[in-house]
Structures are given as structure tokens and as C-alpha cells.
Ligand binder design. Structure first.
Ligand SMILES: Cc1cc2nc3c(=O)[nH]c(=O)nc-3n(C[C@H](O)[C@H](O)[C@H](O)COP(=O)(O)OP(=O)(O)OC[C@H]3O[C@@H](n4cnc5c(N)ncnc54)[C@H](O)[C@@H]3O)c2cc1C
Length: 263
């Protein structure tokens, strides 16, 4: 989505669309993945939006259902799941990996795959990644909501979608990069007010879009937009730094880590 302040970035995106369509078409088999869709702006009820580029094969994932399916699959194969146990440190030796927990007791395992994404620096300070907090809101159901689909705005720093008649909106980290490089969940008033403004003035102008709930999520980012899947000691592998793409690539990153831990 491009507003009237985004003319330069829109021009650049539009000019490079044939190149990107060619590259991604060779992977997806779809001959026109990206397409200008300005004729759809009015149907979504936006204000001050000048251009839209649609990614035609992109879809929406219900992450609640995704996690439920994952847990179901794991349990069906006999995996035991223990939540709420923080690992403070890992010590790898010939006897396996000794993990110290937040509860003062320890767990020993033959091998360990660490998949804590942005939190990994706490356990492995040398890994090249940093946490990036994102502010997120969800509205109450908006009567007559017209928005439908997943939308990216301002070079991808903002993201919003419809879900169950509500708007889910997050991002704005670029307004305060340094403060948001944190592992602490919590509010950032500057970013929250920018998100509320975007919601009320651009996404749902003149509509009764009441904010129901705020929360924060922590991303794992680094100098390159690529996950780290590597052995950090003989019996410990990490699958981290999902680079803001963990819903899309998390299963593969987990699988590749699991394969490495088994070698
Ligand atoms: C606003 C927002 C929008 C996003 N949009 C998209 C999108 O459109 N598409 C997409 O693909 N991705 C998106 N993402 C990114 C995606 O949510 C993440 O990449 C994904 O959740 C990473 O999954 P994960 O399981 O690796 O890490 P997490 O979901 O961060 O889970 C890590 C878990 O490890 C636990 N943990 C941390 N430290 C320890 C410890 N020491 N001991 C024990 N447990 C620990 C944490 O409590 C947490 O439960 C978005 C993220 C945000 C915040």
C-alpha cells in the first residue's frame, strides 16, 4: 500500500516489478506474481492511498490454527511438551547437555535444538542477531469492514490484515529503532499513537474502529535477512533469527535444525 507520501518508493517498486516477476515466476510458476491493483483501492475504503501492488499468490495463515496443528502433530508422535520453563544456560559435555532452568533445577538431554529466535543472544552472546520489538493492536469487530487481505506498508515496516471482522495492525519499529531493540515486552507510546493514527485516518477512516487490545512481539533480526541454522557445540544446534518471516519459514527452519541435530 502506497500513500501520497510514498511516490518515490512506489515508482521504484513499479519499475522493478518485471524483474521480480521474472525471478519469482521461475520459482512459483506464476507468471505475474506482482501486479498494480489501483482499481481495488476504493473497494477497501482507504483514505489517501494512491497505489496498491498485489502479490497474487499470497494468502493469510491463521496462526492459532497453525500452532494447534503443530502441537497436535507433535503429541501424536509422542513428543512431550513442557511450557513455562525458561532455560538460563546450557553446558555441553561428553555426558550431554546440562540446562539450568529459571526454577533452579536442571534438565539433562543428549542433544538440544534451540529455537528461541530473538531471545537467543541471552544464551549465546556471540550469535549475530538482535531482538526487535513490534507493537501490535487488534480492533473490536468493525461494522461493515471493507478491508480484506494482508497489507504491507512503508517498506514493510507496517503490516495489517482483516481477521474475524477486525483489523490486526502492527509495526512502526522504524519510528524508534533503538528503543525497540529490546527483549522486554512493553508499550512504546510514540509508535502506538502512530499505529492508531494510521488505523483511524488511512485504513478505516470514518469508521467505528475501536482498539480492543495491544501487545508486543519480539522478532530476531540480523545483518542479513536469513536464518541461522548452525551447530554451536557438539550436541547443541540453533535454529534462530527468523528475520520477521517465521510464520512463513519457521517449519522449514525447525526441520533443517532437527536434521542437523541428528547428524
Ligand atoms: C507484528 C508482527 C508481524 C509479523 N508478521 C509476520 C508475517 O506476516 N509473516 C511471517 O512469516 N512472520 C511474521 N512475523 C514474525 C513471526 O511471528 C516470527 O518470525 C515467529 O513467531 C518466530 O517463531 P519462533 O518460534 O522461532 O520464535 P518465537 O515465536 O519468538 O518463540 C520463541 C519462544 O521461545 C521462548 N523462549 C525464549 N527464551 C527462552 C529461554 N531462555 N528458555 C525457554 N524458552 C525461551 C519464548 O518465550 C517464546 O515462546 C511477525 C511478527 C510480528 C511481531
Amino acid at each position: 500500500m502506497f500513500t501520497e507520501n510514498d511516490t518515490d518508493i512506489f515508482t521504484e517498486c513499479a519499475e522493478r516489478m518485471p524483474e521480480f516477476n521474472d525471478k519469482i515466476g521461475r520459482i512459483t510458476g506464476h507468471h505475474e506474481v506482482y501486479k498494480i491493483a489501483d482499481e481495488r483501492i476504493a473497494s477497501f475504503g482507504f483514505r489517501d492511498v494512491q497505489h496498491l501492488i498485489i502479490n497474487q499468490p499470497e494468502g493469510q495463515v491463521n496462526t492459532g490454527k497453525m500452532m494447534s496443528a503443530l502441537l497436535g502433530k507433535a503429541r501424536a508422535t509422542g513428543v512431550e511438551i513442557f511450557n513455562g520453563i525458561g532455560i538460563r544456560s546450557l553446558e555441553d559435555s561428553s555426558n550431554g547437555v546440562l540446562m539450568e532452568t529459571d526454577n533452579e533445577w536442571t534438565i539433562r538431554a543428549r542433544r538440544v535444538l534451540v529455537a528461541v529466535n530473538g531471545f537467543a543472544r541471552k544464551l549465546f552472546p556471540d550469535l549475530d542477531l538482535y531482538p526487535a520489538r513490534n507493537q501490535v493492536l487488534i480492533t473490536k469487530p468493525v461494522p461493515g469492514l471493507k478491508v480484506e487481505g494482508c497489507f504491507h506498508y512503508d517498506k514493510g515496516y507496517y503490516y495489517f490484515r482483516n481477521i474475524d471482522g477486525r483489523i490486526l495492525l502492527g509495526g512502526g519499529r522504524n519510528l524508534d529503532f533503538e528503543t525497540e531493540k529490546t527483549l522486554e515486552f512493553g508499550s512504546n507510546p510514540l509508535i502506538r499513537s502512530a499505529l492508531a493514527k494510521l488505523l483511524h485516518e488511512v485504513i478505516c477512516p470514518g469508521q467505528a474502529a475501536e482498539i480492543d487490545h495491544w501487545w508486543t512481539g519480539i522478532l530476531g533480526l540480523g545483518p542479513v535477512k536469513k536464518p541461522i541454522i548452525q551447530r554451536v557445540s557438539p550436541n547443541v544446534v540453533v535454529s534462530v533469527r527468523l528475520s520477521g518471516m517465521g510464520v512463513a519459514i519457521g517449519t522449514l527452519v525447525g526441520q533443517e535444525g532437527a536434521e542437523l541435530v541428528n547428524i
